[in-house]
Write a protein that binds this ligand. Sequence first.
Ligand SMILES: Nc1ncnc2c1ncn2[C@@H]1O[C@H](COP(=O)(O)OP(=O)(O)OP(=O)(O)O)[C@@H](O)[C@H]1O
Length: 216
Amino acid sequence: MIVANNLTKRYPGGFDAVRDVSFQIGAGHMVLITGHSGAGKTTLVKLIASIERPTSGSLVVNGQNLSALRRSAIPYVRRHFGMIFQDQKLLFDRSALDNVMLPLQIAGLSHRETVRRAQAALDKVGLLAREKANPIALSGGEQQRLAIARAVVNRPTVLLADEPTANLDNDSAHDILELFADFNQVGVTVVVATHDQSWVEHCRGNVLRLDHGRIV
Ligand SMILES: Nc1ncnc2c1ncn2[C@@H]1O[C@H](COP(=O)(O)OP(=O)(O)OP(=O)(O)O)[C@@H](O)[C@H]1O
């Protein structure tokens, strides 16, 4: 469950990218954040991911008030999130499998369990046959699926994505939407910021539309 009350983010310089926003996202729901360019979508996703901190208001995720957290507690909270950002930050000096193994290595899992889970995640996104490939050798859609495998390998309760289908052709974009829907089917809360209209149809009533930082 994600509950925002009167959430505001003011960037240095005094610009309010998110203004007095309140909403609730139920556990296991799939919710779209949409709106014009500059409306505040990325900022809202970063607030939920605790990459940015609110200037005022409260944001409670899975019962924890992120606005009141000590900085040192943030990495622990982030473990509940799988995150997919426009700049995927894939490591191009490692194989696809190594990229997906990384979060599990950081979490301290045994090598055997790390390989097993990373291969299962690659299988889920249809990339197991490419496990040894360098990400540079993958298409845009495949790189995005690799980023998704890495985001879900830690079994997050919330999957957050910012424009996950930007720069993809229609077919690849559709595959990504289906993948998110599959994770949502098994109970993962999915929050996606996008301009892509095909997601609006899929998410039906669960759309947060932003206009100049406010929900409309
Ligand atoms: N770090 C920052 N410092 C100052 N202003 C910022 C910063 N990040 C974003 N902004 C401003 O906040 C507003 C909202 O930006 P944001 O990236 O959240 O919008 P968006 O809806 O995701 O846009 P887009 O669809 O173009 O990615 C914009 O006017 C942007 O210029």
